[in-house]
Structures are given as C-alpha cells and as structure tokens.
Design a protein around this ligand. Structure first.
Ligand SMILES: Nc1ncnc2c1ncn2[C@@H]1O[C@H](COP(=O)(O)OP(=O)(O)OP(=O)(O)O)[C@@H](O)[C@H]1O
Length: 690
C-alpha cells in the first residue's frame, strides 16, 4: 500500500515548502482532450529598442521597456501620446517619470537593461504580479528610487547588486520570484531608511544578515534556503518566527530551533563563528513591544544587551506614539466628514439578487458616507501594512493587503464597471474593470448567508489581514478588502482561464475522457503546493477545497481561491458542496481543520484523475477506488502509477482525520509519482495518447 508506506513518520515534522512553482509545462501537454490554449497575440510593432533608447525621452525608454517586457503587446499602452497622461505613470513638472506602476498587467517578457533604469527621476517602480523573467538588470542609475516592487514575477539570477547601491530605498519587495544565491555582503547596512523588505518565496541561500535599523518594520525571508542562525537583533527578533519560516536550515532562538553543534541558543549573527555569546533580549521579551507567543528569549544583563534593549524599547515607544497619532488623526477626519455627510442608519446589506452590478455597490456605498482613508499612491507604496492598518477606521476603508501599494482608490473600485460571475456560498462574485484597464475580482459577502458574528468588524479585519498575507504562486491573492458598516468586499486577482471544474466537466460530453495524465499530475502538484503553503506558512485552514475553487492562471497553473474563508463558513449554515465535506464535519456546528482540507483534497484528486463528479462519502466507502478510477481511463496510463495516485487519494479520504497524511506528505507523494512519470516518459513506455 503506497499510501500507508508514505504515511510512515519518515518525513520531517516541520518540513520546508517549495513556494516557487516549477516551470510551467505539463498542463496542456499532449493531444488528448486538452483545452485549446489561446494563440500568442501579434508582436507589438515598435522600433527596435536601441533606436528608442538612443533618443532617451521618457516615452522612448518606456517603449523600449515594453517592447521586451510585453512582447505580445497585451497591455496596449498608448505610446503615441505622452506617458504622463497614463494612470500608471506620474511625472514631474518637467515631464520626467517619477512613478511607474504596471502591476498585474500581463507583462511576460524580460526587463531590458538601459530602459527604465534610465528614468533617473523615478521614485516608485512597481512591476508586481506579472510574469517577467530573466535577470533584474542594472538599476544603479535610479538613485532617487524609494520603492521597488518586483514581487510575483519569475525573475532569476542573484540579488541584484545594483539594487544594493540605491541608498534611498525604503521599500523593497522581491518576493515570489526565482532569485538565488547569497545576499550581497553589507546589505544589512545598505539602506539606512529601509522600512519594508520582502525576499520570501525565492531560492536565496547562505546566512542571514543582521538587519537592525530601527526603521525596518517588516522583514520576510521565509521560504528560501537560508541557513545558520537567525541573528538575534532586537529588530529581527520582533519580526516573529513566521518571517523566517520555510528555511529548513535556519536555526537559533528566534525560531526556537537549536543549531547543530551548539547547545546554547545564543547568537550574535554571522561572523561570530557560531561561538556562544551572551543572549540579547528582544523587545518582545521585555514586555514593551507587541507580545509574540513564539518568542521567549533568555534574560541578560550585559551592557551590550541593555543598550540593544533600550533601543528596542525606544523603537517600540516611537511606533506606539505614531500609531496613536494616526488613529487620532483618522478619528478627527472621520468625525469631521461624518458631520458633513448623511449616514443613513437603514443602509441595509443589499441582497445580491438586488445588486446585479457594481454600479449598485457604488450607489449603496456613496450613501453610507464612508471615510476614504487610502493614502496617495507614493505614500502608500512606502507605507508598512501596519501603518496602513493604523489608517484604517473601523468602517468604510479599503485596506490593501501584505504591503501592497494602493494601486487604486476606493472611489475607482466603486466606479468600476462590473459583471456578475456567479453567486457562491458566501456572496456574489463580480469581475470589475477599473478605469477601463485593471481587471479585478470583487467578492461581495452576503450577511444573510454568513451570519453577523463572522462579519463583526474587528474579527473580520483580523481574519482578512491574516488571509491577505498569503502569497504563493498557487494561491489566488487577496489584494484588498473593504468594510463599511454593513458591507464587506474582498478584492482578488483575476484569473483568466476559468476553473478546474469547467476544465474537467465544463464542455465535455457525458462520454468525455478525464484530463491528460500529465496535466492531472501537474494540477495535483500545484494544488498540493498551495495547500501545503497554507498549512505550513500560516497555519490557517482553507476550508472550501473543491474543483470550482481551483482557478487556472495565465500559464494554466492551478491556483486555489477563496482561501481560508473557513471562519465565514464555520459560523454559518452555509450549504457548501457536501461531497467534499469530511465525515467529522457533517454536523452543522463544524470545526474545520487541516485534516478536513486533506479529505476535500482527496475527493478532488479522485475527481481530477477520473473525470467524474466528486464522490459522496456514503458512495465512497462502498466503492473500490482502484477499479472506479481505472475504469474511467482508457488512455494507456501506467497502471502502477495510476494506482499510486489512487492510494494517495485513499489515504486522504480515510474516515479518521488522524490517519490522513499532512498536506506536505501528500505533496511529496504526488511529486514522487510525477518524477517517476517523467523518468518513465523518457523511457517512452508511458502515457501513450492514442
Ligand atoms: N479570481 C477569479 N478570477 C476569475 N474568475 C473567478 C475568480 N473567482 C471566482 N471566479 C469565478 O466566479 C464564479 C463565482 O465564484 P464564487 O466563488 O462566487 O462561486 P463558487 O466558487 O461556485 O462557490 P463558493 O463561494 O462556494 O466558492 C465562478 O465561476 C468562478 O470561477
């Protein structure tokens, strides 16, 4: 029994999760009943970059950049007119570009050297959430740059040394790329004003620098291959263990993981040759700073540690003072506006049936008289999520998640043209187009379906804040959320290629075959990656895994959506898809756990490889799953490998939650089958697609 042998405790207890997906390839391979992928759009007709660069006007430099970054001219950027008139661009009085925000714009080429890097007046550059690949070019001429957001692309190569020369940088976000190698020496002191640094979900290795500038409010290096002790500086200790998670070789007291060859968890960072040194107490441990239950550091009374402690206390006090000041400011603005505006007490939570389009959302919310608290874009780009949160009044604010720059305002969101995509278990889903360019998905929660408890403002904000921090190539990102008195909206990335449900069942006739075997393995691995990340990185529960909650991204990568809305489902009488519901959750008052996600994943796996609808529990227990799946496939898939996947699914759907494998174990099992399959393909004895 493959599954039971895999579920032996041979796997690490706290394993790493590969947060970066492998190169897209498998989905769509083969000729057997595959979706027809859209053909490539024609190449933009622009002069060759060299010609453009030599003229060196901002417009020409931008054109040269787009010629390489957007080879299919997907963006339709109007290059004939001045770029300054485009909403993605801000310019100085003399026409120099100071801000360029091309997020989620479908850029899938490369970042050509000597293009944007010659826009020397740039303050903010964001190319987040595209599919740019290749190295990050030399950016050293951008001496004025304060915010650099390149997260969520496929950049490869080392940490760009040129970035380390940009001393004015305050915000750096390189998360979710394929960057590798050690960080440049001296990077910990390269940016005196650094407030925000995200390097998570890359392939960086080597030791961690000892960042300790008091300005640094957010640091995340999780899901890389860093090794050695996490330096115990007051600033790093305050970040909490999650900031360093997913680096199996990291150790030290911040992670409460003993370093090999050391019996003392006292470190002063790299460079001390691992020798034991007196411990440094973090601000968290002084009781002054935000308390984190995962950090408890030993006491110390050396002069050095006292100095560090004093500094930490000052930093925490300053942060607290700023927090109070901003709250007061927000409250004053709210009171002032509240006096001016009518605030109808009867602003009912509109029924989704009533609101067929976002224009209705717009009318409702205008009447609510919300407080607009989105800062201007440059400020937002440099603000910490915490700072943004401080700007958040209890109602009526649009909050951007996980350090996202505020790339649109609440007003733009409310003005967006929108179409209803469907009515799900927790509300209505709209596809909204902001200012005719940016497409987002807006989910409008329906209080009647969910119940008031889960929508209570503070709990809702806390939950969405946690969900908004999830960033993984196989998860649909929550970008922002909005709450007014009786309104809750969630804003997600738009996924262009439909759902797995449609792919499996959509246009198929009743005699249709299941998806190509290679695609099945790739999709199963993608979902496994996303789920393992949720369980490992955040310790949250997805709560609603099913084929309609797996969407296909621009490269047909499978992405889980509606992530971690379990808190909405638990407290309600929501009618979810019962087939995916674990037997222990059949009662209405259910507590969703990682093991209920695993059960749902098992059902989904069977659906994926058989091409048949999800099996109800009562049918499942009476079914020989091997026969059930094999009878659904007549495409020559190697029987042994097929039965290995069925074994994995069988382990997931065991009645007892304790005996189901973890998401990480499931992922490893799928990857092993996939690797065996690839090796077998090379021997050309598998998966004939007749
Ligand atoms: N991020 C997205 N990008 C593109 N389409 C989406 C996105 N999110 C949802 N959809 C589509 O919108 C439709 C409605 O989704 P919704 O989540 O409201 O319903 P559901 O998935 O059927 O039910 P549930 O609420 O139980 O998940 C579905 O067809 C879904 O594929």
């Amino acid at each position: 029994d493959v599954a039971s042998s895999y579920s032996q405790p041979t796997l690490p207890a706290v394993p790493p999760v590969q947060a970066v997906r492998p190169p897209p390839a498998a989905v769509g391979g083969g000729s057997h009943s595959q979706p027809t992928f859209p053909p490539r759009a024609p190449v933009r007709a622009v002069p060759p970059p060299a010609t453009l660069v030599s003229t060196a006007t901002p417009g020409a430099l931008l054109a040269a950049f787009l010629a390489k970054a957007d080879p299919s001219a997907h963006l339709r950027f109007p290059l004939a007119v001045s770029p300054c008139s485009h909403p993605a661009v801000s310019c100085s009085a003399d026409g120099q570009i100071t801000r360029l925000v091309l997020e989620s714009s479908g850029l899938n080429g490369t970042f050509a050297p000597a293009t944007l890097s010659r826009l020397v007046e740039l303050r903010v550059l964001s190319l987040k959430s595209n599919a740019l690949h290749g190295p990050i070019p030399d950016l050293s001429p951008l001496e004025n740059l304060k915010a650099l957001f390149l997260a969520g692309n496929r950049f490869s190569g080392p940490f760009p040394a040129s970035v380390a020369s940009l001393r004015r940088l305050r915000s750096i976000d390189l998360a979710g790329n394929r960057l590798s190698g050690a960080l440049p020496p001296g990077i910990e002191v390269a940016f005196p004003h650094l407030t925000f640094l995200r390097l998570d979900a890359n392939h960086f290795n080597g030791s961690l620098p000892a960042w300790n500038q008091s300005s640094l409010k957010l640091l995340n290096v999780s899901y890389n291959n860093f090794s050695g002790p996490v330096p115990v500086t007051p600033v790093m200790a305050q970040m909490g263990a999650a900031a360093f998670a997913g680096n199996p070789e990291l150790c030290g007291e911040v992670l409460r993981r003993e370093c090999r060859g050391s019996h003392l968890l006292f470190f002063h960072g790299p460079g001390n040759n691992g020798s034991a040194a007196p411990p440094v107490q973090s601000a968290a441990a002084t009781g002054d700073g935000p308390q984190r239950d995962d950090i408890s550091l030993p006491d110390s009374s050396t002069p050095r540690s006292r100095k560090l402690r004093r500094r930490a206390a000052i930093a925490v006090a300053a942060t607290a003072a700023a927090f109070v000041a901003v709250l007061l400011l927000c409250a004053m603005i709210a009171m002032k506006r509240g006096k001016k505006r009518r605030r109808p007490s009867s602003a009912a939570y509109p029924s989704p049936k009533k609101s067929a389009a976002m224009s209705e959302v717009s009318r409702d919310n205008t009447d609510l008289g919300y407080v607009e608290c989105v800062p201007d874009e440059e400020t937002a780009a440099m603000m910490m999520p915490e700072e943004k949160a401080r700007r958040l009044e209890r109602s009526g604010c649009l909050t951007f998640c996980a350090g996202e720059g505020a790339s649109y305002s609440l007003e733009q969101l409310m003005r967006a043209s929108a179409e209803v995509l469907g009515r799900g278990s927790v509300g209505t889903t709209y596809k909204a187009v902001l200012d005719g360019r940016l497409v987002v998905i807006v989910k409008r929660l329906d209080a009647a379906k969910i119940g008031a408890a889960a929508l209570e403002a503070e709990a809702f904000e806390q939950n969405m804040d946690a969900v908004g921090r999830l960033r993984h190539p196989n998860l649909v990102s929550l970008r922002a959320f909005f709450q007014a008195k009786e309104e809750r909206l969630l804003v997600y990335d738009y996924q262009p290629n439909g759902s797995l449900y449609s792919l499996i069942h959509g246009s198929r006739s009743s005699r249709a075959k299941p998806l190509h075997w290679t695609s099945c393995l790739k999709i199963a691995e993608d979902i496994g990656q996303g789920l393992a990340y949720i369980h490992q990185a955040s310790r949250l529960v997805h709560g609603n895994i099913k084929s309609s909650n797996v969407l296909l991204g621009s490269d047909f990568e499978a992405c889980l959506t509606d992530n971690c809305l379990a808190f909405l489902l638990e407290s309600s009488e929501v009618k979810d898809d019962a087939a995916y519901r674990a037997p222990e959750n059949m009662k209405s008052n259910r507590r969703l756990t990682p093991k209920s996600d695993i059960y749902a994943f098992g059902i989904l796996l069977l659906e994926l490889i058989s091409g048949k609808p999800p099996l109800q529990h009562s049918v499942l227990v009476a079914t020989n799953l091997q026969t059930y799946v094999q009878s659904a496939r007549d495409d020559g898939v190697d029987v042994e490998r097929l039965s290995m996947i069925v074994d994995i699914a069988s382990a997931c759907v065991r009645s007892s939650p304790e005996s189901r494998p973890t998401a990480w174990q499931v992922l490893k099992m799928i990857q092993e089958v996939k690797e065996a399959d690839t090796a077998g393909d090379n021997d050309s004895d598998l998966t004939s697609n007749s």
